[in-house]
Write a protein that binds this ligand. Sequence first.
Ligand code: 5AD
Ligand code: SF4
Length: 468
Amino acid sequence: MKTPDPTRKVHIRTYGCQMNVYDSERMADALAVAGYAPVDSPESADLILLNTCHIREKAAEKVYSEIGRLRALKIRAAAEGRSVTIGVAGCVAQAEGDEIMRRAPAVDLVVGPQSYQRLPDLVAAAGRGRVVATDFAVAEKFDALDRMTARPRAALGATPRYAAFLTVQEGCDKFCAFCVVPYTRGAEVSRPVAAIVAEATRLAAEGVREVTLLGQNVNAWRGEGPDGNDLGLGRLLFRLAEIPGIDRLRYTTSHPNDMDDALIAAHRDLDALMPYLHLPVQSGSDRILAAMNRRHRRADYLHTIDRIRAARPGLALAGDFIVGFPGETEEDFADSLRIVDEVGYASAFSFKYSPRPGTPAAAMEQVPEPVMAGRLARLQAAINASQARFNASRVGEPAEVLFERTGRHPGQIVGRSPWLSPVQVDGDPALIGSIRPVTITAAGPNSLFGTLAGGVRGPRPLMAEAAA
Ligand code: 5AD
Ligand code: SF4
């Protein structure tokens, strides 16, 4: 298919999780077919899309203040005789579509995460009157993803990339008491193996060497093998590692109860699977875990971690924590602090509990804000110390680094270690796109520093160069 000459410009702003980053790329793909070229600033755009996050109240409220700023921009453009369309996509759109239309007259279009394939038509319709599209049709979205990702991304004028996301699963059936995801993204739906393999193959042809499989509950992914048998994520990872050019695999994010034997075995046997795992625990207290409906105890989580670490020694563990879940006492919170040290996280995200409309925990008795703020600060100090210990433990170690970009300082290039931390070295930008052995020489709070060692797993030519 020939790409039409871009005549219109779209600016997409992404909030929240990596699934939204992936979805924003697909929105750009869908709109490229309709002649929209992506631009970095909203000022020059004809179409502005906010891809939003509803996970915490702060994230959702940001959207309304951003719409306020865009409204002023829209009025200025109208005074110059230019019309600007404003669209809200993502989880706030799904959860609060009608509310957005009521509160924000500047918004022309509300589009939920299952409808991005229809964007060209929806944008055209929004030119005639305000539009809300928030149907749940995940299977339809996955079919459309196959078509959207079938077009080589280079044709859209995108810069080369060496690491990419690939959505394999959407939705969640777990219903943790604090979480909106089962409501905004719906029930768990897995993308079929053939579609995932096809997309990973195209990414490899584009020059991508590292693929991160995405899903709200990615390790609950299920598929059907060639012989009709049931496959889990572990077997899928083995299949993807067979694709020439795919050197590294990761997946995010996971529920502890779905770490099955085959997936743990993949951490032991599959070199391409990077020694990094994001496995949120949310709380270290059994009482709070039960109230959260996490369906596991602290000891179950620690046992799972022991098994994964036995399978892959040196694996970097990342986590998520919520402080101030309704009913959390000082004693419960102390259990969360303790688990940080017991696990020895390489990194972790931590959040104050935020009541979300429609979730069971929103109706429970809330912990006062200053108590939450104090606990968050103490937890973050513990997490930072744990991260510093992990980073310090890497100094003197060898690490294979996939270089992705130049650094802030001249002569510096930056890549990712197997443990996902950024690694900065002095090196030739020509090394970008290659995986090189590095010796880690120093550790900062958030990144590692190293020197290039001998030996090369050099860059592969991009598809366009290979064909030339
Ligand atoms: N309040 C605070 N944090 C939340 N998370 C999910 N829902 C809420 C909420 N209502 C956090 C969890 C989850 C991460 C993506 O966001 O830690 O793992
Ligand atoms: Fe939300 Fe994750 Fe719990 Fe699902 S498993 S309800 S996405 S926190």
